[in-house]
Design a protein around this ligand. Structure first.
Ligand code: AHG
Ligand code: MN
Ligand code: MN
Ligand code: MN
Length: 326
C-alpha cells in the first residue's frame, strides 16, 4: 500500500500532485508539470465538448486518419488542443497520437518525456451526446537527451510507463491517473475550474457480473470468446456496451466487469490500439487490482513493433479476465 498520508477527499489535483511528487525524491517537477498540462488541456476540450452542438463542431471533419477512420471535428480539435498544450508545457519531446500517422516531434530535444495519446476516444458517440474520453500514456525517453527522438523512445512496452490516465467527459468530467502508486480519480468542478479528489485509491472488484463486448461481431469471434460470452449469458450477467472504451472501462472499474474487444473478421487483431488505448488502461487496471491481456499474455509485456498496431483487449476484474483469457 502506498505510504502517503491519505489526502482528504476534496483536495484538488494540484495539491495531490505536489504531495505525490514527495514520493519521487529525485523528481524535479517535470512529470508533475506534464500531468498539469494534460489536465489543463482536458478542461479546454471539456468546454468544447459541452458546447459542440452550439459551436457547430460536431460532425465529420472531412478527412480520414491513418486508421482509415473518418475523422470527426472533435477528434481534430482535441488533437490540436492536447498537442498545443504539451508543446507549450515544454516537458514532452514527442507525441504519438491516434490522429497523426507519424511521430509528432515537438522540437524539445532536452525534454525527458514521451506521450502517447488518444485525444478523443469514442468518436462515434460525439454527435449522439454519449460519453467520450481521452486516454494517455507517459514514458521517459531512452535515447540521449539533446539528440533526435528515436523509434526506441516511442515503441516502449506498457510496463515501462511512468504514468497513465484517462479523462471521461461523462455526466461529470473526471481525470483518473496513476504514477505507479495506485489510481486516483478527480471530478471536475467547472464553477471553480478545478479537479477535486473524489475517488481515492480506486480498486476494481476482484469479480463482477457485467460484460462489455460488441456482440454484432459474435459470429466471427474466436471460439474461446464465443464460449465465454455464452457462459456470461448462462450466468445471466448484465451486458453493457457504450461504444466508448473509456466509459465502459470506467464503469467496470467502479462496479466490476470485463471489457473485450477480440479479434473479429473486420479486425483480425482487434480494433483497439496498443500504444494509446490498451497500454494506459492496462496499467490503470493492474494498479487498481484488475488485469489486462490480449487473450493470452499481459498487455504490459507486449513489445510494440509499430505506432498504430492493434491488439485484442481483455480488461477489467482479475477473475473475469483470467477466465476469459486462455
Ligand atoms: P476511437 O473513437 O478513439 O477511434 O475509439 C473507438 C473505440 C472504443 O472507444 C470503442 O469501445 C470501440 O472503438 C467501439 O468499436 P465498435 O464500434 O467496433 O464496437
Ligand atoms: Mn478513432
Ligand atoms: Mn479510442
Ligand atoms: Mn480516438
Amino acid at each position: 500500500e502506498n505510504s502517503r498520508i491519505a489526502l482528504p477527499v476534496g483536495s484538488n489535483l494540484d495539491r495531490f500532485i505536489m504531495r505525490n511528487q514527495e514520493d519521487f525524491p529525485y523528481a524535479s517537477g517535470e512529470l508533475s508539470q506534464l500531468i498539469r498540462d494534460l489536465a489543463y488541456a482536458g478542461k479546454v476540450v471539456n468546454r468544447e465538448i459541452n458546447r459542440a452542438g452550439l459551436a457547430g463542431i460536431t460532425g465529420a471533419y472531412g478527412a480520414e486518419n491513418v486508421q482509415g477512420e473518418e475523422q470527426q471535428n472533435l477528434d481534430v480539435a482535441a488533437d490540436i488542443r492536447f498537442t498545443r498544450a504539451l508543446k507549450k508545457g515544454g516537458e514532452v519531446a514527442a507525441i504519438i497520437s491516434e490522429e497523426a500517422e507519424e511521430i509528432i516531434d515537438l522540437q524539445n530535444p532536452r525534454s525527458k518525456y514521451i506521450v502517447a495519446i488518444d485525444p478523443l476516444d469514442g468518436s462515434s458517440n460525439i454527435d449522439v451526446n454519449v460519453s467520450i474520453g481521452t486516454i494517455f500514456s507517459i514514458y521517459r525517453r531512452v535515447s540521449p537527451l539533446g539528440g533526435p527522438v528515436q523509434m526506441e523512445d516511442v515503441l516502449q512496452p506498457g510496463k515501462d510507463q511512468v504514468a497513465a490516465g484517462y479523462i471521461l467527459y461523462g455526466s461529470s468530467t473526471m481525470f483518473v491517473y496513476t504514477t505507479g502508486k495506485g489510481v486516483n480519480g478527480f471530478t471536475y468542478e467547472p464553477s471553480l475550474g478545478e479537479y477535486i479528489l473524489s475517488h481515492q485509491n480506486m480498486r476494481i472488484p476482484e469479480n463482477g457480473s457485467i460484460y462489455s463486448i460488441n456482440e454484432g461481431s459474435f459470429n466471427s469471434f474466436p471460439e474461446a470468446v464465443q464460449d465465454y460470452v455464452n457462459t456470461c449469458k448462462e450466468r445471466e450477467y448484465s451486458a453493457r456496451y457504450i461504444g466508448s472504451l473509456v466509459a465502459d472501462f470506467h464503469r467496470n472499474v467502479l462496479k466490476g466487469g470485463i471489457y473485450i474487444y477480440p479479434s473479429t473478421a473486420k479486425a483480425p487483431n482487434g480494433k483497439l490500439r496498443l500504444l494509446y488505448e490498451c497500454n494506459a488502461l492496462a496499467l490503470i487496471a493492474e494498479e487498481a487490482g484488475g488485469a489486462a491481456t490480449d487473450g493470452k499474455g499481459r498487455i504490459l509485456e507486449i513489445e510494440p513493433s509499430e505506432l498504430h498496431q492493434r491488439v485484442p483487449f481483455f480488461v477489467g476484474s482479475k477473475a473475469m479476465v483470467e477466465e476469459a483469457s486462455n
